[in-house]
Write a protein that binds this ligand. Structure first.
Ligand code: SF4
Ligand code: SF4
Length: 83
């Protein structure tokens, strides 16, 4: 499942540089995650790095983008094959 940033985001900027996939960017009002780029950090780290650093815990799983571990790993491999 890709993750999503809720409106509790305080625009602290700390998550953006932690994302190994460049999936996080400043949106119009709060930071946003591009679901096609988010692997929940599968392939890079054991835990979602943005969740680790977010001071207000506003990054839950996005129920609109349900993916299991194998699908996330396949996404990681697709993204890295394109490098
Ligand atoms: Fe990026 Fe990982 Fe957060 Fe997804 S879970 S947005 S890949 S840091
Ligand atoms: Fe928003 Fe959390 Fe990212 Fe800070 S770390 S910009 S509060 S989502």
């Amino acid at each position: 499942m890709a993750l999503m940033i809720t409106d509790e985001c305080i625009n602290c900027d700390v998550c953006e540089p932690e994302c190994p996939n460049g999936a996080i960017s400043p949106g119009d009002e709060i930071y946003v995650i591009e679901p096609s780029l988010c692997t929940e950090c599968v392939g890079h780290y054991d835990t979602p790095q943005c969740v680790e650093v977010c001071p207000v815990d506003c990054i839950p799983k996005d129920p609109k983008h349900a993916e299991n571990h194998d699908e996330l790993m396949a996404k990681y491999q697709r993204l890295n094959a394109a490098d």
